[in-house]
Write a protein that binds this ligand. Structure first.
Ligand SMILES: NC(=O)c1ccc[n+]([C@@H]2O[C@H](COP(=O)([O-])OP(=O)(O)OC[C@H]3O[C@@H](n4cnc5c(N)ncnc54)[C@H](O)[C@@H]3O)[C@@H](O)[C@H]2O)c1
Length: 315
């Protein structure tokens, strides 16, 4: 195997499957490891390459033996707030024990790790926009705690393995990302809105809809991840980078854009805001832009149109 070998945990998920496509395009041998908890084998059925292997594997167990590994992309973890309570233990262990297993695999093979962290490590932020130096404001005993705190612990493991074993772990804090292959019943806001609009149902806005988010199209996000993963060790090892789009909007404004893009007569209804739902969310991406000249390029309406085309087929 002369080409580099990338292992993608969570490869059958939304982001993982797009990453698999990109890695194969870039000439890698790729192995996907997934327990199909929130991912779908259908996300990978289009892959015909003989450089690709898909294994059913739960990362809470040590990773399989491989002859060679060059890069580990640790993407596995349920990420929908719908799952934060019903799959709390699984999520907490996937982001702790699973992260340990991913880093141990890299340690065995002298490989690099790309760790998928999240903007949730900032909690309900008191600093806006969020820069990597901000330590966050996470509720340590709330419904989102198993996800948020286990992601923070995953980052702590990255620091620990760097300090003790000099493992090259690069962390990306991913902000809200959307695009084709998100499950329509995923429970995150864009899949919710698109499914409701395409079914002709009213869009459910939680609270008054003045809470903000910044939405990044998946192709842009994968570009950011690859920029970090392929950078020189001196520029990226042990570092953390926000990756996301800086175009911040209120959720009620997003609902209007979705209604317009889908071109439906659906309306908008309101339900109470869930506990600990962050009020604002926008990445400061000055670090990744300065280091790797990366910034998102796909405007929201364009990205939504591409996602709607995918959803029309799915639904
Ligand atoms: N999409 C976003 O907006 C976003 C934002 C912040 C962080 N992230 C992070 O990016 C990663 C991918 O998220 P996504 O949006 O693609 O979610 P997803 O649910 O579509 O993908 C996650 C994948 O991980 C798999 N998985 C979960 N637990 C596993 C386990 N124990 N063993 C093996 N496989 C397991 C799932 O089956 C799924 O295929 C996650 O780590 C998530 O926390 C995503």
């Amino acid at each position: 195997m002369s080409r580099p070998h990338a292992v993608v945990t969570g490869g059958a998920g939304f982001l993982g499957s797009h990453l698999v496509d990109t890695l194969l395009d870039d000439g890698y041998h790729v192995t996907s490891l997934d327990n199909y908890g929130s991912g779908r084998p259908e996300n990978l059925v289009h892959v015909e390459s003989d450089r690709f292997e898909s294994l059913e594997h739960d990362v809470r167990d040590p990773l399989p033996d491989f002859d060679r590994v060059d890069e580990v992309y640790h993407m596995a973890s349920r990420a929908s707030p719908e799952d934060f309570e019903s799959h709390a233990v699984e999520i907490a262990l996937t982001n702790s024990e699973g992260t340990r297993n991913a880093i141990e695999c890299a340690l065995d093979h002298d490989a690099t790790v790309l760790l998928a962290s999240t903007s949730e490590v900032y909690g309900d932020p008191e600093v806006h926009p969020q820069h990597e130096d901000y330590n966050g404001s996470v509720n340590v005993r709330g419904p989102r705690t198993p996800y948020d705190e286990s992601k923070r612990f995953g980052e702590a493991l990255a620091v620990a393995y760097d300090q003790q074993y000099e493992v090259d772990v690069r962390t990306v804090r991913i902000f809200n990302t959307y695009g084709p292959r998100m499950r329509p019943d995923d429970g995150r806001v864009i899949p919710n809105f698109l499914s409701q609009a395409l079914h002709g149902d009213d869009l459910t806005v939680y609270g008054d809809g003045t809470q903000t988010r910044s939405f990044c199209y998946v192709d842009d996000l994968i570009g950011g991840i690859r920029a970090v993963a392929t950078a020189d060790r001196s520029a990226a090892a042990g570092e953390v980078f926000n990756v996301g789009n800086t175009d911040e909007m209120e959720i009620r404004e997003l609902a209007e854009v979705v209604l317009d893009v889908v071109d439906t007569e659906s309306g908008i209804t309101h339900e109470p805001l869930p506990e600990d739902d962050p009020q604002v969310r926008r990445p400061d991406i000055s670090k990744i832009t300065a280091e790797f000249d990366w910034e998102p390029a796909v405007p929201l309406r364009e990205g939504l149109s591409r996602t709607v085309a995918d959803y029309r087929e799915l639904l």
